[in-house]
Design a protein around this ligand. Structure first.
Ligand SMILES: [Fe+2]
Ligand SMILES: [Fe+2]
Length: 162
């Protein structure tokens, strides 16, 4: 199950590294764009870390389609297609990205626990580094939302109703 979960998150990270730049391109607020771009770089490192884990456990790095990430990315895509560029779209991008980060936090939390249970402390440490990055990415997104975006989005919604 550990190896299966690794293959699953490996697929998810590879899909995400392609999706994040698209989200950044669709975003308008500078701190959101920066946050998404930073996390793209981190995601590249996370992919390399997973490859390191596959090497340590002596398995080939194989990606297995992650239906959950596929669904979350489709949801993000739908939001971008159904909104105009600006604060409302940014709020939607944050909402979609936070669902993604929470999925990753859950997955890496489980993977860390599996690795420890299996007595692979070195592997658990590597996965833990990624887990902390995912938590920080989630915090960055929350800050971007509180800093301005959600208030601007609420204003934009109000003016649409006038
Ligand atoms: Fe990730
Ligand atoms: Fe992430």
């Amino acid at each position: 199950m550990f190896i299966d979960s690794l293959k699953d998150i490996y697929w998810a990270e590879k899909a995400l590294v392609k999706a994040l730049p698209k989200m950044a391109k669709n975003a308008s607020t500078p701190n959101l764009i920066d946050g998404l771009n930073n996390h793209t770089t981190e995601t590249e490192e996370q992919i390399a870390r997973l490859e390191q884990v596959f090497t340590i456990i002596g398995k080939k790095a194989v990606a297995k389609k992650c239906e959950a990430m596929d669904g979350l990315l489709k949801e993000g895509q739908d939001i971008m297609e159904s909104t105009e560029p600006g604060a409302v779209r940014d709020a939607g991008i944050i909402a979609a990205s936070q669902k993604i980060e929470h999925y990753e936090i859950a997955t890496y939390g489980t993977l860390c626990a599996f690795a420890k249970t299996l007595g692979m402390d070195d592997v658990a440490d590597i996965l833990h580094t990624t887990l902390e990055e995912e938590k920080q990415a989630d915090i960055t997104l929350t800050e971007a939302a509180y800093n301005t975006i959600n208030f601007d989005a609420a204003d934009a919604d109000d003016s649409e109703m006038e």
